[in-house]
Design a protein around this ligand. Structure first.
Ligand code: ASP
Ligand code: MG
Length: 410
């Protein structure tokens, strides 16, 4: 008998009709001899609605109370799904994060899971029940309700799968898997049946939105395979993407996919002294303001001065610029400038590890289209470039063609 953890996202439980469909699907998996633990998100739009209520009342208020509000969406869906299962004759029991003993740290709104005590859930499974757990929430050591960050139900599912030593963690969503790039931008994008956890990690951190990045980090760390499927497929044998261990990958490819991120901005400080400690003086205040820096570039110094550039999320642009200008005055920099209309495009693939020439192929393709590259960064299995936002779509299409990711015949 296998143990399966399934997660259903907001659109999959978006209405009573959809919830009944989920219940029927859970029952089919169970009738095939599996134990099933289900993790659900809030109904689609619900968490945004709760954020709106919070912002209408007290946007700067205590984070603890915000999490009390935000966590309610999932409490509704665990109850509703358990009622739906019961109405179809299937015994089920709902668990809030607290009841499931999902213990987190106390970082409200972005808590990390520390430990899960699965004793009670196991007892219910042994009695033949389906266990239905609220995603996105936990409880800290002091008994306070916490939430895991937007999209956090994926992380709950992976963490439960790890704790329960599940055979598979299935993430049901509104798409049938991971594609070579976003099909809304490139209609000829191809479905990927299987890829490595590490490739998915790069894709997610470079902008692919299919899985929450923390969930992929968790799965990568514990080597837990994830299968992405669509809850809108009628049967149970439709397309899916298995994100799995390196050694289980059948086909190694040079480039698995093209990911992109529109919401980037770039800041440059020019003419700062070229001496030890300057990078820290520039980025220290940025990180103290809790602004996450992505790419960093420092020019080779000339005449004892140098230029320093970094990228951050566009939402943080105004605040970061203010901080940088203050730093500039302190350091006697020549000027600070920035651009919040940039985008990042990345190619990702495990095969890059053992093949040279991928980067030059990428740069050649972009230059043929007259696209200027502003910044470059690489890892073992990824190359990212920053380009003007207006070239984003062209860059994605060109790279998708160049590395032959397009559906055959499309
Ligand atoms: N309901 C939460 C959100 O909308 C968590 C999730 O859906 O995974 O972010
Ligand atoms: Mg979601």
């Amino acid at each position: 008998m296998a143990l399966i953890v399934q997660k259903y996202g907001g659109t999959s439980v978006g209405s009573p009709e959809r919830i009944i469909e989920v219940a029927k699907r859970v029952i089919r998996w169970r009738e095939r001899g599996n134990d099933v633990v289900v993790v659900v998100s809030a109904m689609s739009g619900e968490t945004n609605r709760l954020v709106g209520l919070i912002n209408a009342l007290n946007p700067q208020g205590p984070a603890r109370e915000k999490d009390v509000v935000l966590s309610t969406g999932e409490q509704v869906t665990i109850g509703l799904l358990s009622l739906a299962l019961d109405s179809l004759g299937c015994p089920a029991k709902s668990y809030t994060g607290q009841q499931a003993r999902v213990i987190t740290d106390s970082a409200f709104s972005k808590a990390r899971i520390r430990q899960i005590d699965d004793t009670k859930m196991r007892e219910d499974l042994a009695e033949g029940k389906v266990v239905v757990v609220a995603g996105f929430q936990g409880v800290d050591a002091g008994g306070n309700i916490t939430t895991l960050g937007r999209g956090g139900s994926d992380t709950t599912a992976v963490a439960l799968a790890v704790a329960l030593k599940a055979d598979e963690c299935q993430i049901y969503t509104d798409v049938d898997g991971v594609y070579t790039t976003d099909p809304r931008m490139v209609p000829s994008a191809r479905h990927i049946p299987m890829l490595a956890l590490e490739e998915m990690l790069e894709m997610a951190s470079q902008g692919s939105k299919v899985l929450q990045i923390r969930a992929v980090e968790f799965a990568y760390k514990y080597n837990m395979p994830i299968r992405v499927l669509s809850s809108f497929d009628e049967g149970d044998d439709g397309k899916s993407t298995l994100v799995t261990r390196e050694e289980d990958i059948m086909e190694e490819v040079l480039v698995r996919g093209v990911a992109f991120n529109k919401d980037e901005s770039q800041l440059t400080i020019k003419g700062v002294p070229d001496k030890p400690g300057v990078a820290y003086e520039i980025l220290g205040p940025i990180s103290d303001a809790n602004i996450e820096v992505d790419m960093i570039l420092q020019n080779v110094g000339t005449d004892g001065t140098t230029d320093f550039t970094f990228t951050i999320h566009r939402n943080d642009y105004a605040e970061a610029m203010k901080i940088l200008q203050a730093t500039g005055e302190r350091l006697g920099a020549a000027e600070c400038r920035g651009d919040d209309k940039i985008a990042k495009v990345s190619i990702v693939g495990g095969g890059m590890r053992s093949h040279a020439g991928v980067a030059s192929g990428m740069f050649k393709a972009l230059s043929k289209e007259g696209i200027n590259i502003r910044m470059i960064s690489t890892s073992e299995i990824k190359i990212s470039v920053v380009v003007d936002e207006k070239y984003l779509e062209l860059a994605v299409r060109t790279l998708h063609d160049t590395f032959q990711l397009t559906e055959k015949g499309a």
